[in-house]
Design a protein around this ligand. Structure first.
Ligand code: B12
Ligand code: SF4
Length: 506
C-alpha cells in the first residue's frame, strides 16, 4: 500500500472493474505507457462496491496521478459511473478518462460522466494525450479522443489501426506496478493475490496473437469496428514475436498449465504462418497446452492435426443458432450447418475438447427455428460442452439498431447478465443435448405439449449436477490423451477458480 503523499504528478492510474485480473486492454495500455517512460499503475477493482470508495480514495490520493483512466465493457458501466462520480467529487483536479468497448460504442452516454472518452484502439492516442497533459499542451485535437463542450459532444476521428502489432510491447501477465482491492483494502499485487484473482488461479496465460475478425456478426463488437474503421481485417503478430512472449511467460510463471489464445478466431491464420508457429513452438519447447476459438469455416484437418500435435486441447466454436435464416438474416453470419458439423466431426476425430456457443432468448427466432438448433446439436459427436448465452443487444451493433427500429422490447445491456438465460422448456432441452441420449431428447421435444414436462423436470437437475460434471471430466480426459496426471492438474486449476469465485464474492 502506498502511504506517502507524493508531489509528483506525472503518473497515470489505470482502473479496471473486471472480477479477475485478465484485463488485456489495460495491460497493453500500461506496457505501452511504461515503454514511453510514462509512470503507469494499474488498480484492479474486482467485486467493487461503493462501500470501498473511501479506501480507494486514500489510495488515489497517495498515488497522486495526473490522470485516471478507466476501462470498461458495457456490463461494468454502473461501477465506472459510481467510481467516477466519487473521484470527481473528491478529487476534482484529476481528469477521469474512459476507454474500452462501451465508451467506444456509447460515447455520448459515457461523456455524461467521464471528462474524456477514447474511442477504439488507443495505445498510441492515449500516450499522446498523457504526454500532452504532462506538458500542459492542448489535448482536444488528439485522434480517438471525444469530449463535451458547451453541452455538445465532439468525437475526433480515429487513427488507423496499429498495423504492425509487433511494435506493441508485451502486456505483463502479472503487472508489477499494479494494485488490487481485496477485502476492502488496496494491496500491492503479489503472487498470492494474483493467484486468487487471475482466471484459473493464474494457471491460464492469456495471449492475443491477432486483432480483428474476418466476420462482423450483427451482435458483436466487430460489427461496430467495421463501421468505425471501414474494415475489420485481421492483423496478425509475427510468429517470432509471439514465441518471444511465450518464452518469457513460461520462464516467469512456470505454473502455467494452459495458454489461452484470446483472438476472435485463431484459425483464420494462413497455413504458412500456422506451420511456422507450430515449428517454433516445438523448437523453443514452450510445452504448454493451449485453448483457442475458431469459426467453423476456417477449421480443417491440416490445421487441427498440426495444432493438436503441439498441444491444442480446447476449442470454442460458435454455432449460435441452427436456423439458417436467423444465421444469415438476423446475425449476418454465413456459416452453413453442414460446415459447422463437418468442423465438429473433425474436432472430435482429433480428440480436442470443444465448447459450442449457442445464443438463446432471441426474439427474432421462432419455436421451429429453436428446434433447428436442437437438431444440429443432436448431430454433434459426443462428448462436448455447450455455452449458452442469452442474446444481448449491445449498443453500436447492427442488431441493436434493428431492434430499436423494430420497436423490440429488450433488456438494457448494461444490466443484463448474458450468462443468465431464461428457464424455458426448449432452453432446458438445449442444455441437456450434450448430456442425454438423442432418442430421449427427441422424445422430450416431440412430446413437449403432451406430458413430457414431467420427465424433463425429473431429469433436469440430476443431469446438471451429475452428468454435466462427468461430461466435463470425460472431455478433459479425452483431450489430454487419457493422461490422468494432466487431467487432474487441469481439473484442479478449474475447480480452484470456481471455488475462489464463490469465496471471494462473499
Ligand atoms: C479477450 C476477451 C475477454 C477476456 C479478457 C477481457 C479483457 N478485458 O481484456 C475475458 C475472457 C476475461 C472476457 C470476459 C468477458 N467478456 Co470479453 N472479450 C474479449 C475479446 C475477445 C478480446 C478483447 C481484447 O483483448 N481485445 C484486444 C484489446 C487490445 O482491445 P480492447 O480490449 O478493445 O482495448 C483497447 C481499446 O478498447 C482501448 N481501451 C480499453 N480500455 C481502455 C481504457 C482507457 C483509459 C483508454 C484510454 C482506452 C482503453 O484501448 C485498448 C488498447 O488498444 C473481446 C472481443 C474483441 N474483439 O474485442 C470480447 C468482448 C470485450 N467481451 C465481451 C463480453 C460481453 C464479455 C463478458 C461480459 C462475457 C460474460 N458474460 O462472461 C465477460 C466480462 C468479464 C467480467 N467478468 O467482467 C464483449 C463486450 C461487449 C460490450 N459491449 O461490453 C466483447 C466485445 C465481445 C462481443 N460480444 O462483442 N473477455
Ligand atoms: S465470428 Fe465471433 S468474433 Fe467474429 S464477428 Fe462473429 S461473433 Fe464476433
Amino acid at each position: 500500500m502506498i502511504n506517502s503523499m507524493s508531489k509528483k504528478t506525472n503518473k497515470v492510474l489505470l482502473v479496471a472493474f473486471q472480477d479477475n485480473t485478465d484485463v488485456i486492454s489495460l495491460k497493453y495500455l500500461h506496457s505501452y505507457l511504461m515503454n514511453h517512460n510514462i509512470e503507469s499503475y494499474i488498480l484492479f477493482l474486482p467485486y467493487y462496491s461503493k462501500d470501498n470508495n473511501y479506501k480507494i480514495l486514500e489510495f488515489v490520493k497517495a498515488l497522486n496521478p495526473a490522470v485516471v483512466g478507466v476501462s470498461l465493457m458495457t456490463i461494468q458501466f454502473f461501477y465506472a459511473k459510481e467510481f467516477t462520480a466519487f473521484i470527481k467529487k473528491e478529487l476534482p483536479g484529476i481528469p477521469v478518462v474512459w476507454g474500452g468497448i462501451h465508451p467506444s460504442v456509447a460515447t455520448a452516454q459515457c461523456l455524461e460522466f467521464a471528462d474524456f472518452v477514447f474511442v477504439g484502439e488507443s495505445e498510441v492516442a492515449f500516450a499522446e494525450y498523457i504526454e500532452a497533459v504532462f506538458m500542459n499542451k492542448p489535448t482536444l485535437n488528439i485522434l480517438n479522443l471525444a469530449y463535451k463542450e458547451g453541452g455538445k459532444v465532439f468525437i475526433n476521428k480515429v487513427r488507423p489501426y496499429v498495423d504492425d502489432l509487433d511494435t506493441l510491447p508485451f502486456p505483463e501477465y502479472m503487472p508489477l506496478e499494479s494494485f488490487i482491492l481485496h477485502k476492502n483494502r488496496i494491496y500491492k499485487m503479489d503472487k498470492s493475490l494474483f493467484g486468487r484473482y487471475a482466471r484459473y488461479s493464474g494457471k491460464l496465460y492469456s495471449l492475443s496473437s491477432s486483432r480483428g475478425c474476418p466476420f462482423s456478426c450483427s451482435y458483436c463488437c466487430n460489427n461496430f469496428y467495421l463501421k468505425l474503421y471501414g474494415t475489420s481485417r485481421v492483423r496478425q503478430r509475427s510468429v517470432s514475436n509471439i514465441i518471444e512472449e511465450l518464452k518469457l511467460a513460461v520462464r516467469t510463471y512456470p505454473d502455467i498449465v494452459y495458454i489461452s489464445m484470446q483472438d476472435d478466431n485463431f484459425f483464420c491464420c494462413d497455413m504458412e504462418w500456422l506451420k511456422d508457429f507450430a515449428s517454433q513452438f516445438k523448437k523453443e519447447k514452450i510445452g504448454k497446452r493451449f485453448i483457442c476459438s475458431a469459426i467453423p469455416k476456417y477449421v480443417n484437418e491440416e490445421k487441427l492435426s498440426i495444432l493438436k500435435e503441439i498441444g491444442l486441447s480446447w476449442i470454442t466454436v460458435g454455432l449460435q443458432t441452427g436456423s439458417q435464416r436467423v444465421n444469415k438474416e438476423v446475425y449476418g453470419r454465413f456459416v452453413s450447418n453442414e460446415a459447422f458439423l463437418a468442423a465438429a466431426r473433425l474436432i472430435r476425430k482429433y480428440n480436442i475438447a470443444c465448447f459450442y456457443d449457442i445464443i438463446v432468448d432471441n426474439p427474432y427466432e421462432t419455436e421451429s427455428e429453436v428446434l433447428d438448433t436442437i437438431n444440429v446439436l443432436l448431430k454433434i459427436p459426443k462428448p462436448f460442452m455447450l455455452q449458452m448465452f442469452s442474446l444481448c443487444f449491445y449498443y453500436g451493433t447492427q442488431l441493436y439498431e434493428k431492434a430499436l427500429k423494430d420497436k423490440m422490447l429488450f433488456e438494457d445491456s448494461r444490466k443484463k447478465n448474458m450468462k443468465k438465460y431464461s428457464n424455458t422448456y426448449l432452453n432446458k432441452i438445449i442444455r441437456l443435448t450434450p448430456l442425454l441420449p438423442s432418442r430421449f431428447i427427441k422424445y422430450l421435444v416431440n412430446n413437449r405439449k403432451a406430458g413430457a414436462v414431467f420427465w424433463l423436470n425429473l431429469v433436469y437437475l440430476p443431469s446438471l449436477f451429475i452428468l454435466e460434471p462427468l461430461t466435463w471430466i470425460t472431455i478433459i480426459l479425452v483431450s489430454s490423451g487419457y493422461n490422468v496426471f494432466l487431467t487432474i492438474s487441469a481439473i484442479s486449476a478449474f475447480l480452484n477458480t470456481g471455488f475462489r469465485k464463490v469465496v471471494l464474492k462473499n
